[in-house]
Design a protein around this ligand. Structure first.
Ligand SMILES: Nc1ncnc2c1ncn2[C@@H]1O[C@H](COP(=O)(O)OP(=O)(O)OP(=O)(O)O)[C@@H](O)[C@H]1O
Ligand SMILES: [Mg+2]
Length: 401
């Protein structure tokens, strides 16, 4: 039992979450969780640093109190529409005297693949190898020790805006935290909920948050790509607030208690009370009216997800997670419109205070903990150009660094 402590922070648009866990080798024991309403975060990025630091500090305090310990460093999730990925390929000459690929050849080819000419203001957050080629020997998973004169790598680079990345790191520092590692939200959510068997298939992990929908697609155990859509559950709430002429807090509460994506599944005679924006005066509204307001937005979100999944390696299954996936009728809409099997996923296999990370909205924070558990050695990644490890989703690279 290693007993190593892991700390994760997920600065979401709706909630800011902090979790402290102990790495018990095969298991991950949750020791403390702090969760507060988010402030200063818009569509996944820091919009008001002072407010974001204050929310982060509150979540951190709550987690520290629950765990009975103070923390100094954490893994952070990096969200926002600026996060994207693109394929990269590089080739080097094998330089080792033995004529077989060495660790240093491997480092050189990965460094070459990481090079992004002309991408000012963009940072490579993760480099996820797909496979290596040694001379004519294709799709090699670990090229070390393979004899040959040319080594090539095919990989996916996950990119982010340096400005947004630095704003997030700055927030953590202002809240008194060192940054151990940064993981983009689509990959953190996938790490949090996807099963090994699903990774070997063609699968899309779709995290519907409040401000963004984060997508990571996998094809036969390799990362196909990541995508962040600027839509989420908050847009549904905002539509309800306008349509019902009420405040957003009331719209959010109505959505959770009575919302549905399919008007046909709701009886028109079922009435709900809607309190006006000033908190006075209440109207009775048919629950079907709520569903009629929600439906077009939900279908629009599903349509955008479908567009993002188009490509040569379309997934055979959708693993749906994030708070937005809890909207009644949403998983069914994804299933019907995309004609794919859907599993609504929440973190599994945690011990300790695991019930506090037991909802789909905890996918990202649980994934950060797992990422930290699997990537092992802790390093300070506050430098934007630092190397980043990549958990289970990149087990080859993970083994190599
Ligand atoms: N039971 C529910 N029914 C409907 N919607 C829900 C339910 N629970 C949560 N949501 C919605 O999920 C969204 C919050 O999800 P989540 O906590 O995953 O977002 P976040 O991580 O804070 O935001 P983001 O990832 O976009 O930055 C909100 O829009 C909320 O209304
Ligand atoms: Mg989120």
């Amino acid at each position: 039992m290693s007993g190593r402590r892991l700390v994760a922070v997920d600065l979401g648009t709706h909630r800011v979450r902090c979790a402290i866990a102990e790495d018990e080798g095969a298991r991950l024991k949750v020791l403390g969780v702090g969760e507060v309403d988010s402030r200063g975060v818009s569509r996944g990025v820091v919009a008001d640093p002072d407010q974001a630091v204050s929310a982060l500090s509150k979540a951190l305090d709550a987690a520290e109190r629950a765990a009975g310990m103070e923390v100094e460093a954490a893994l952070l999730s990096l969200g926002g529409r600026h996060v994207r990925s693109q394929p990269s390929r590089a080739q080097v000459t094998v330089a080792s005297r033995s004529g077989a690929v060495s660790g240093s050849d491997l480092n050189r080819v990965l460094e070459a693949a990481r090079d992004l000419p002309g991408e000012e203001g963009t940072e490579v957050v993760h480099l996820i190898p797909r496979w290596y080629t040694v001379d004519d020997n294709q799709r090699v998973r670990d090229p070390r020790g393979v004899a040959g004169s040319r080594l090539a790598v095919d990989c996916e680079l996950v990119l982010a805006s340096v400005a947004h990345l630095e704003a997030l790191v700055e927030c953590a520092h202002s809240a008194g935290l060192r940054v151990d590692d940064l993981v983009v939200q689509p990959l953190a959510a996938a790490e949090g909920v996807v099963r090994d068997s699903e990774l070997e298939e063609s699968v899309a992990v779709v995290d519907v948050g409040a401000g963004t929908t984060d997508i990571a697609t996998f094809w036969h155990g390799t990362l196909e790509g990541v995508r962040v859509l600027p839509v989420g559950g908050h847009h549904v709430t905002a539509d309800l607030a306008v349509g019902l002429r009420c405040g957003e807090a009331e719209a959010e509460s109505l959505k959770r208690r009575h919302g549905h994506c399919d008007p046909a599944r709701v009886l028109p005679e079922e009435l709900v009370r809607v309190v006006g924006p000033s908190g006075v005066g209440a109207d009775e509204v048919s629950r079907r009216v709520l569903a009629e307001i929600i439906e077009p937005r939900a279908r629009e979100i599903v349509r955008l997800i479908g567009q993002a999944l188009e490509g040569p390696h379309a997934p055979a299954k959708v693993v749906l997670t994030g708070g937005g996936s809890c909207l009644r009728g949403f998983p069914e809409a994804v299933h019907q419109l995309l004609e794919l099997p859907v599993r609504v996923a929440l973190p599994e296999g945690l011990t300790g205070l695991s019930d506090q990370l037991g909802m789909p909205e905890h996918a990202t924070i649980a994934g950060l903990l797992r990422w930290g558990q699997r990537s092992g050695n802790r390093r300070d990644h506050s430098s934007p150009r630092a190397e980043r490890s990549s958990g289970r989703l990149n087990r080859w690279l993970h083994e190599l660094f």
